[in-house]
Design a protein. Structure first.
Lengths: 296, 276
């Protein structure tokens, strides 16, 4: 699945104790930059994703939009969302946003996942699903603030964008980046991409009259390894429901940091109680069976 | 070079020489020698782009001169350096063009209005027309009151990719883009089927109701435009599954050929639009 030399593991879902090999090597964090202001909606990235990941033809129907399908599927990880935004002066802004896994620094899916090793986060920031360890509970689906992981009922596993960890591990850019004809998609280290994104946002503000242009890298989930340049960073919801302040549901934080250790301690108390009962009372003895009454 | 963002404009003429780069040689106005008289002096001394500098024996200016820099005015080299005769061909006699000798604006063969410049000769008299039964032309009076245009999508290539699953999943079916205001008037919802009829044929597809195509005010009349991508017809994945008709968009369009460039007039014609 991945090249051990370049993809070092930082976190493993449902796994107690340190991750094997953590901190042995420091990879720079990778990042995908999506400049929505120069996306032309050609969907070349959608095809590149389907082809590289060898996914089957996904039937679609006409839905009064250029958008391929309403939302991503278990076998369609990369979707351009088309939105017609009517400005106050009556003119139309046709907003296009490439929707896919954001590879959060604090991944809600990984926090929610109870299966050991089903979700891993590499030190370069990629969050990857390992389907052979997935138990199909779909907790990751509700833990994700972007509604990205999708369940395949046939295999009973969950799938999503891998940021092409198989390509990145080999020193290549993800397939969508390779296919983009306008330079709207860029790939590199997080520091470099943040720098380019901020420069572009500054250019949009100063030279192109987009006063609220900015970079989308929400700190409420510790930042993401996919960042957007938006014409209007104050209203990301216009771009097909991009949450301004994405949050992992509190229940998952409580589950992981409070309920799981506390309940584990209680379970331990139970075991201790059983042991004490054995020591003080002794083993359960078999009772002599009452003699059967003969029927009259 | 293309990333330069200098906003200074020393001449005040809107040349902005340090903003990005323009082909060729960062020249902002092509044939700018034409802004000078035959002596090499600007016609308008208030708005000087380029001029002949006698001291330097060279053409200089606030823009990059589009000229042989050391060609003296007395040599009479014409400013339109890409034409053999060196002039701009505003007047082209002797059959240099099929129409002419002067350039002229014509309305399409099918237009919602008569040409305001000369209503008695609204469209080009020397276009190539065919004389088959299919070559008929409609008018607004006959009920063809909607302007139609045709175009391609980035997702498809010509008529080939309707057989390729990768492209078909991106845009699965043909559609007709209809302005929101027209759809409201027709009580038409996105996804409902519409029949587009021209004087030549008809085309049935689902409607995509959008605000991206705006109503137009032409000669005081509100005029609507619809758009049809050309990529479907005959046989393909959608056609073979019975999801769409097998007719071609270009059965609607008029085969009227520009006499000089041989471009057919498929981008502007008249249709009527009905719900099916």
């Amino acid at each position: 699945m991945s090249d051990r030399k370049t993809l070092q593991i930082r976190q493993i879902s449902g796994h107690s104790g340190p991750s094997a090999g953590f901190d042995m090597q420091r990879d720079p964090e990778v990042c995908k930059l999506i400049d929505t202001t120069i996306c032309i909606g050609c969907k070349a990235c959608e095809v590149a994703c389907v082809e590289w990941n060898d996914m089957p033809f996904s039937a679609t129907t006409f839905d009064n939009t250029y958008q391929t399908m309403p939302e991503t599927r278990w076998n369609f990880w990369n979707l351009i969302r088309f939105n017609e935004h009517q400005r106050e002066d009556g003119t139309i802004q046709w907003l296009m946003r490439k929707d896919q896994c954001m590879h959060c620094a604090d991944p809600g899916c990984l926090r929610a996942c109870p299966a050991d090793g089903a979700i891993v986060q590499y030190t370069n920031g990629i969050v990857d699903f390992q389907q052979e360890n997935c138990i199909g509970c779909e907790f990751c689906v509700s833990g994700c603030p972007y509604d990205i992981p999708k369940f395949n009922p046939a295999t009973k596993k969950v799938y999503k964008c891998t940021l092409c960890s198989d390509r990145v591990g080999g020193g290549l850019e993800p397939a969508c980046i390779k296919a983009c004809p306008t330079g709207c998609l860029k790939f590199g280290t997080k520091d470099d991409m943040k720098y380019i994104a901020e420069e572009r946002a500054k250019q949009l503000r100063e030279n192109f009259g987009f006063e609220h242009a900015g970079v989308y890298d929400p700190q409420s989930i510790g930042g993401t390894h996919v960042v957007y340049v938006l014409h209007d960073a104050e209203n990301p919801e216009r771009y097909g429901g991009l949450p301004k302040n994405p949050v992992i549901p509190w229940s998952y934080t409580i589950w992981k940091w409070l309920a799981k250790p506390v309940l584990g301690t209680f379970a331990l108390f139970g075991l201790v109680g059983v042991l004490l009962h054995y020591v003080t009372v002794g083993p359960r003895r078999t009772q002599p069976e009452p003699p059967l009454k003969k029927e009259a | 070079m293309i990333q330069r963002r200098g906003t200074e404009d020393p001449s005040g003429l809107g040349i902005y020489p340090n903003w990005a780069w323009s082909w060729p040689m960062n020249r902002r106005v092509l044939y700018n020698r034409a802004s000078c008289d035959i002596e090499g002096k600007p016609w308008d001394p208030q708005r000087r782009q380029v001029w002949w500098d006698e001291a330097k024996q060279s053409w200089v200016g606030v823009d990059v001169p589009d000229f042989k820099p050391d060609s003296q005015p007395k040599d009479h080299m014409g400013p339109f350096i890409m034409n053999p005769e060196g002039v701009g061909r505003l007047f082209v006699p002797l059959g240099g063009m099929q129409d002419g000798p002067f350039p002229e604006f014509y309305e399409p063969i099918e237009s919602p209005i008569a040409n305001p410049l000369h209503p008695n000769q609204s469209s080009n008299p020397v276009v190539k027309k065919y004389k088959t039964d299919m070559d008929k032309y409609g008018t607004v009076e006959q009920g063809f009151n909607v302007v139609c245009t045709t175009y391609r999508l980035t997702e498809h290539y010509h008529y080939w990719t309707k057989n390729n699953p990768m492209n078909v999943q991106l845009v699965p079916e043909p559609f007709v883009e209809v302005p929101f205001e027209l759809a409201e008037r027709m009580q038409l919802k996105g996804g409902e089927r519409v029949k587009v009829t021209s004087a030549r044929s008809h085309y049935i597809a689902k409607a995509m109701v959008t605000r991206r195509i705006r109503p137009m005010k032409i000669d005081g009349k509100e005029t609507f435009q619809i758009g049809i991508p050309i990529h479907w017809g005959f046989r393909g994945i959608a056609e073979d599954e019975g999801r769409t008709a097998r007719t071609l968009t270009n059965q609607l369009t008029p085969t009227v050929i520009d006499p000089n460039a041989f471009t057919p007039e498929f981008k502007g014609f008249l249709v009527k639009l009905e719900k099916v």
